[in-house]
Design a protein around this ligand. Structure first.
Ligand code: UDP
Length: 237
């Protein structure tokens, strides 16, 4: 079988690292992701990751307790750096070569974002983890994922979630919710599906990059997507 994508950008939400309800580290999911990434790297796939921070802090939640929005977002941005350090260490332990790059917000614990260097590392089988989002308040790491995917000329953005893809209605509340295999950006924007923010969808649409929304709990999901098998929902133009 042949892979249908060569360079991918994988968005990992903070909650994949630590469940915010039961406060437990999700070691088995991270371990499955690491196994899949090792396999893909061995087969020549170029992988960058953008890591979120929602398990630690989200700006919008901090504002509810009175924190100024800009400060709240910087706290959120710093959370993504903490998660980036966490991932980097685990990847190193499993012998995956990795470089952690941050937006302009942090310089000492990781490298400063440098596109030329990132592309060079990707083509040399190094996983590049982007943290710090855009580095500016009022954005999310979903939008930053689309920006980094555009900049690195990635073939697809993969967003792992806790559901199987995009549904017509919330599958937790409606048994008759339909899971879509494919959607186009026009439908996603018209229906305002809440699976990623609209800035992210608009960036991906305008730069013609598909997004695959899939269930991160499904074993080997990453590999199946790369083989072009049916997994999650693909959104395209
Ligand atoms: N954030 C920001 N600008 C960015 C990226 C992130 O202000 O470019 C802040 C924002 O407050 C966000 C938080 O960092 O809520 C954590 O990121 P996100 O919610 O995207 O993490 P995820 O939910 O994917 O774990």
């Amino acid at each position: 079988m042949k892979f249908i994508y060569k360079r991918i950008l994988f968005k990992i939400s903070g909650e994949v690292i630590k469940n915010i309800n039961n406060k437990k580290f999700q070691n088995s999911i991270i371990f499955n992701i690491i196994k899949d990434i090792k396999y893909l790297i061995k087969h020549g796939i170029e992988i960058s990751i953008i890591i979120g921070g929602g398990n630690l802090f989200r700006g919008s939640e901090l504002t509810k307790i009175g924190i100024n929005r800009i400060t709240a977002d910087y706290i959120g941005i710093l959370s993504t750096v903490i998660n980036g350090l966490f991932l980097k260490d685990l990847f190193n332990k499993y012998n995956i070569s990795v470089c952690l790059m941050s937006s302009n917000i942090v310089n000492d614990v990781c490298e400063k974002y440098n596109l030329e260097k990132a592309i060079n590392l990707l083509s040399n089988s190094v996983v590049v983890i982007f943290c710090g989002g855009f580095g500016y308040p009022f954005f999310t790491t979903d939008s930053a994922a689309c920006l980094r995917a555009i900049e690195t000329c990635s073939d697809i953005i993969l967003k792992g979630t806790q559901v199987n893809g995009v549904y017509s209605k919330d599958p937790k509340n409606y048994k008759n919710a339909i899971l879509y295999d494919k959607l186009n950006y026009q439908d996603v924007l018209k229906n305002e599906f809440k699976i990623m923010d609209l800035t992210a969808f608009i960036l991906a649409r305008d730069h013609n990059i598909p997004i695959c929304i899939f269930n991160i709990y499904n074993k080997k999901a990453l590999i199946r997507i790369l083989f072009g098998e049916k997994e999650g929902t693909i959104i395209h133009n």
